[in-house]
Design a protein around this ligand. Structure first.
Ligand code: ADP
Ligand code: ZN
Length: 722
């Protein structure tokens, strides 16, 4: 059966390989076993039920609350030659009865239906008279009151079990919380052992955070990298949406607003224009995006801070669904965090309030970390994320900041926490340190403390940055209900000068270096533009969205390989039999003309080599691969340091990542670069043999701290490549 599924993947959908878990899920479902599938937005949930639906003899019912999404999905399925129909309240009477007729005639493999339509009189009876092989519940978290989008009508879905005892049930969601997962399993009676949890790492999203200084200008500058490309900008309020959309429009950008204050018609129109590539940018409140699966969203900007790490992740997840690189920018300010806190504070239920504060805090951790942004992000979703660096975030590419001794600042801060009775949050402590004359401070008499006014050398912002590092390093804990800071035992050691603290200082200037990597990829821009134009013409004529015809990724493939024969055209991403038949002629014509003019021959697309699971699957090479390849081609460690402007330890970390994927590296330079005596080197190697290479600390300890980490990194590479 796997084989059949594989064949459909290529022939119908035009994809070469399954994404992680897709193959397993499909196999499982084809064996008529229920499944709960958890994948991040853009992870590829749809294929998990669409492929079985094309193999099953009977009908697959897909319940979805997202009516606009349904339409896209059905259109996309029809494009690849599958027979899908939908039933919901937006259909005209004629279209509705036509679809009912198709069902009765058993002409459909897939039925998309809104839950409220499903329970209308007559529908269940009709479906009961058909052979239903699979029931898929999309956005299954809507069934749980613990989910972020509970819908009461979803509860009724539990009754489907009895009605369709022979159908296999599949529930799909992108929500990761265990409580929601448990709820889904128990309400739909899915054996919780049948859970498929995909990695939440979306390797093609480039993550960036800028300190928010002059957001309108920052946005405008950022947008210059994306001429004609689609993107979404999220704002906190309707008013902000209007102002920003106006500003961008005045600056010549193609943009529309989207928020709950607009009429249904206006919202629908703006969304449609965006989906059809008639409008480049949507400025929206969070209300936008649930119901769209436009695959070529190339950037998402958070103009304001989202309210939680979950919302952030879901919103950036709307970018880059086609697997091509997409850019995510968060404009971050402490003031925004305060605003969100204020709103959370309005929540009545103390438990909910606490949960919301934690979700916000995690997001701030992500925004303020000096390390790889994926570490706090992916770990939040309960995943054991091991990579030290992803090479797809600003921190990984910007080179690390120098750590400095911040013991004195820590002592000032901690003793101020102590002297104010461990009753206050960071904001208050900072005010005392900076000698503020705020009413609250004066009325508490805190202007008489010895720590009053001893921290004027840092700005408020710098102090908050420091305070977060103290928390992260375990010097402070925070009371979840009141937000007050308390000292830990580690703090006493710092106060008594037994332990030093190292960390980073934030510069006062807010603009971070905008070192964005070159993600251009190597494809023919001119041909791409022509193909895009053709795609748009065809889409308009057929009244569908452009990405329904071909994704950006397909066009990029064509603009890379210049296919001129049907055989090579069929090798392009997303080209299956149906699309070949329908569009091959038209697109081949464009490519041949182009190739004649510019004298380009077609290039066979050799199947990509299997990529190990841990690497993000992207269309360009991650930094560590580039570094490693350059190294293997003879570049010395010194040259690489100079070229990338980073420390040797960074280069060594890149090489280690590469080696850990089973790749070989030139070895002679490692031993040569080591400054240790031969016998010491041997001792280190023995320690690696004994203790493993995953962690350096144990080896460091085994050598009694006498071999520094740089040496250990070098010798580890030597050891791995012997
Ligand atoms: P989700 O529902 O999980 O958010 P989708 O099912 O909409 O994600 O898939 C996201 C995009 O990825 C779609 O454009 C889809 O065609 C594409 N896709 C899915 N599976 C594959 C695959 N195996 N190879 C290439 N592209 C895929
Ligand atoms: Zn990173």
């Amino acid at each position: 059966m796997q084989q059949k599924a594989q064949q459909i993947l290529k022939d119908v959908f035009g994809y070469d390989e399954f994404r992680p878990l897709q193959g397993e899920v499909i196999d499982h479902v084809l064996n008529r076993r229920d499944a709960l599938v958890i994948m991040p937005t853009g992870g590829g949930k749809s294929l998990c039920y669409q492929i079985p639906a094309l193999i099953f003899e009977g009908l697959t019912i897909v319940v979805s609350p997202l009516i606009s999404l349904m339409k896209d999905q059905v259109e996309q399925l029809r494009e690849v030659g599958a027979s899908a129909i939908l039933l919901n309240s937006t259909l005209s009477r004629e279209a509705y009865s036509l679809n009912i007729q198709m069902l009765k005639n058993r002409q459909a493999n897939l039925l998309y239906v809104a839950p409220e339509t499903l329970f209308k009189t007559g529908i269940l009876e009709l479906l009961g008279s058909l052979q239903v092989d699979c029931i898929t519940i999309d956005e299954a978290h809507c069934i749980s009151e613990w989910g972020h989008d509970f819908r009461p009508e979803y509860r009724q879905l539990s009754s489907l079990r009895k009605r369709f005892p022979h159908a296999v049930f599949m529930a799909l969601t992108a929500t990761a919380t265990p409580q929601v997962q448990e709820d889904i399993c128990s309400i739909l009676d899915i054996n919780s052992g049948h859970k498929f949890l995909a990695s939440f790492n979306r390797g093609n999203l480039f993550l960036q955070v800028f300190p928010k200084a002059d957001p309108a200008r920052q946005t405008l500058e950022f947008l210059q990298q994306f001429p004609d490309q689609s993107g979404i900008i999220y704002c906190f309020s309707r008013r902000q949406v209007e102002t920003l959309a106006d500003f961008l429009g005045k600056n010549g950008l193609s943009v529309r607003p989207y928020h709950a204050g607009l009429s249904d018609d206006a919202r629908r129109e703006n969304q449609e224009l965006f989906i059809r590539d008639d409008v480049q940018i949507i400025v929206a409140t969070i209300a936008f995006g649930m119901g769209i699966n436009k695959s070529n969203v190339r950037f998402v900007i958070h103009y304001d801070l989202p309210k939680s790490i979950e919302s952030y992740y879901q919103e950036i997840g709307r970018a880059g669904r086609d697997g091509v690189r997409a850019d995510c920018l968060l404009l971050f300010s402490a003031g925004d965090a305060q605003k969100v806190r204020f709103f959370i504070d309005q929540k009545e239920d103390p438990l909910q309030r606490q949960v919301a504060f934690v979700h916000l805090d995690r997001l701030i951790d992500m925004a303020e970390t000096e390390g790889c942004r994926r570490i706090p992000l992916i770990r939040y979703f309960g995943e054991d994320y091991q990579a030290e660096r992803c090479d797809m975030c600003d921190n990984c590419l910007g080179g690390e900041k120098e750590k400095v001794d911040i013991t004195l600042a820590a002592q000032k801060f901690l003793s101020c926490v102590f002297r104010t009775g461990q009753l206050y949050g960071a904001g208050y402590i900072i005010d005392v340190l900076r000698g503020s004359a705020a009413k609250k401070i004066l009325s508490n008499g805190h202007q008489h403390l010895t720590t009053y006014g001893i921290g004027k050398e840092y700005s408020k912002k710098q102090w908050s940055h420091l305070a977060r590092q103290f928390s992260r390093q375990g010097l402070l804990t925070k009371d979840l209900t009141y937000g007050s800071l308390k000292l830990t035992s580690k703090a006493s050691q710092v106060l008594s000068s037994q332990e030093k603290v190292f960390g980073t200082l934030q510069e006062e200037t807010t603009q971070k270096s905008r070192k964005t990597p070159d993600y251009s990829g190597d494809y023919d821009r001119e041909l791409f533009t022509q193909l895009r134009q053709k795609r748009k013409e065809l889409a308009d004529a057929a009244n569908v969205a452009p990405f329904v015809i071909f994704s950006d990724k397909s066009l990029i493939d064509m603009a890379t390989f210049y296919p001129q024969s049907e055989a090579v055209f069929l090798q392009m991403h997303g080209v299956g039999q149906a699309k070949m038949k329908r569009y091959g002629h038209t697109f081949l014509h464009v490519i041949r003309e182009f190739a004649n003019t510019y004298n380009k021959g077609e290039i066979e697309k050799t199947p990509a080599p299997a990529i190990p699971r841990s690497t993000p699957k992207t269309d360009f090479k991650p930094r560590y691969v580039l570094v490693a390849e350059a190294y293997n081609n003879g570049a010395s460690l010194k040259t690489l340091m100079a070229e990338y402007g980073v420390k040797i330890t960074t280069i060594l970390a890149h090489l280690y990542n590469y080696a850990m994927e089973g790749n070989k590296l030139r070895n002679e330079e490692f031993a040569k670069a080591s400054r240790l005596s031969q016998s010491r080197q041997d001792a280190v190697i023995r320690a690696f043999e004994e203790l493993g290479v995953e962690k350096l600390r144990p080896v460091y300890d085994a050598m009694n701290g006498r071999v520094n980490y740089e040496e250990l990194q070098l010798l580890r590479l030597y050891y791995l490549n012997r």
